[in-house]
Write a protein that binds this ligand. Structure first.
Ligand code: SF4
Length: 430
């Protein structure tokens, strides 16, 4: 008998087959919800929470039906995100309730790569890990174990734990993403707590900070707002990214050539007297040294390094200075991974300082907590939140995440979490 399959039944059949195949190859179907599906009852109640699907941690709200989360939306009170979430954030419950999600410890029982695992108790898992770690410590020294976590509060636990164990080697999100600009901001301002007022900017130079394919919704919204309000957006990116497609100008800079471009821009600002002299005299140190250090970095020199013409470099520097202080070179995130990474971010920050865009609309500003707002307002207009308390472990040394290693690592202990709480019955609306 010929069996007729329409598209819907075919898809249903193939997804069932794929699910069964997938289940049989995955160790332990540990987080499965009951398959029973009930019609949803009407419910307009949303619970406020924070998305943990990436490090941006957008404010969200979750709709809960029959004690199960069913829908995530952005928190409408959040001005920065405009009450939006990205596709990843909106699908957070898929991860929380994924039937293949691992919610109990698994121990490998076969050969590495063989895919054979067995479920063990938490006690068994902890005992195994402790024995292994202590064995490595005894044989090679505690410093040969590196600890890694995603970031945020996990890093606090991680650093404490690594300190208790005796290893200074810790890594987290900051190590591979905001470290360079954090260090650059700290060397220039004494703090990394500096943000960008994208929304009011009138002239923005963007070096590969591709916010439209990245993760920070508030940046994407603010840059869109700026461009819609007439901001000239200059994109330097070897790739014609989505941001480049929205830019007023796109310059396919040679990979790694952005540092030369920024140094030449500083050179033009100084030699053509385009910088904010009053601001520099009042707030800056080391100007003469800076002037001497960029003297040879002319646009002509830079054009050979970055594949952008000297004429364009000069013109951009002129336009940038003319639009000040509502102008900025975005310090972005991390793009090139060259040894010049920190110097590039430092040059970017200096090029901003030179036009005096600090604490000005459309420029850079220092992050302020509730207590500062209240002080400025002269009354309590903002609530202060208490910081999260992390249990104290014995600290052996002063540790910072993102240590640089100069010797081989024997073991890497990773603190992983799958965006939320592991136990099925927990309610974490991520
Ligand atoms: S950017 Fe998306 S995934 Fe990241 S926290 Fe915001 S909503 Fe969640």
């Amino acid at each position: 008998m010929t069996q007729m399959l329409n598209r819907r039944s075919f898809l249903k059949l193939s997804s069932t087959a794929a699910a069964v195949a997938g289940m049989s190859s995955v160790p332990g179907l540990l987080g499965a919800l009951e398959p029973e599906k009930k019609a949803l009852i009407g419910n307009a109640q949303f619970t406020a929470s924070v998305c943990e699907m990436c490090s941006t941690r957008c404010p969200i709200e979750a709709r809960v039906e029959n004690k199960e989360g069913v829908f995530i939306r952005g928190n409408p009170k959040s001005k920065g995100t405009g009450g939006r979430v990205c596709a990843r954030g909106g699908s957070g419950f898929n991860q929380l309730y994924d039937p293949q999600r691992i919610v109990k410890p698994l121990m490998r029982v076969g050969e590495r790569g063989e895919g054979k695992w067995k479920e063990v108790s938490w006690d068994e898992a902890y005992t195994f890990i402790a024995t292994k770690l202590n064995g490595i410590k005894e044989k090679y020294g505690a410093h040969t174990v590196a600890f890694s976590a995603k970031g945020g509060w996990e890093t606090d636990y991680l650093v404490n734990f690594a300190g208790g164990f005796g290893s200074p080697n810790t890594f987290d999100h900051g190590t591979t993403c905001p470290l360079a600009y954090g260090v650059a901001l700290t060397t220039v301002f004494g703090t990394s707590g500096v943000s960008r007022d994208f929304g009011k900017c009138k002239y923005m130079i963007n070096l590969g900070h591709n916010v439209y394919e990245g993760i920070v919704i508030s940046y994407a919204r603010a840059i869109t707002e700026a461009v819609e309000n007439g901001c000239k957006l200059i994109s330097l990116d070897p790739r014609y990214s989505v941001l480049s497609s929205k830019a007023t100008e796109w310059h396919p800079v040679r990979p790694g050539g952005d540092v030369a471009f920024v140094l030449a821009l500083i050179n033009v600002l100084i030699t053509e007297n385009l910088y904010d002299k009053k601001f520099v005299e009042k707030y800056c140190e080391g100007f003469d040294e800076l002037k001497a250090s960029v003297a040879t970095y002319t646009p002509e020199w830079a054009s050979k390094e970055c594949d952008i013409s000297a004429k364009d470099i000069k013109r951009i520097a002129l336009e940038y200075a003319k639009a000040a202080p509502a102008a900025m070179i975005d310090y972005g995130h991390r793009v090139t991974y060259t040894p010049e990474e920190i110097e590039l971010r430092r040059a970017i920050v200096i090029a901003n300082v030179l036009i005096g865009n600090i604490e000005k609309p459309g420029g850079f500003y220092f992050n302020k907590g509730a207590s500062m707002y209240n002080k400025l307002a002269g009354e309590k207009v903002a609530l202060s939140l208490k910081s999260l308390k992390v249990p104290e472990f014995k600290k052996f040394m002063n540790l910072n995440a993102s240590t640089v290693l100069i010797y081989p690592i024997v073991s890497l202990a990773i603190f992983l979490k799958s965006s939320g709480i592991y136990q099925k019955n927990s309610r974490c609306y991520s």
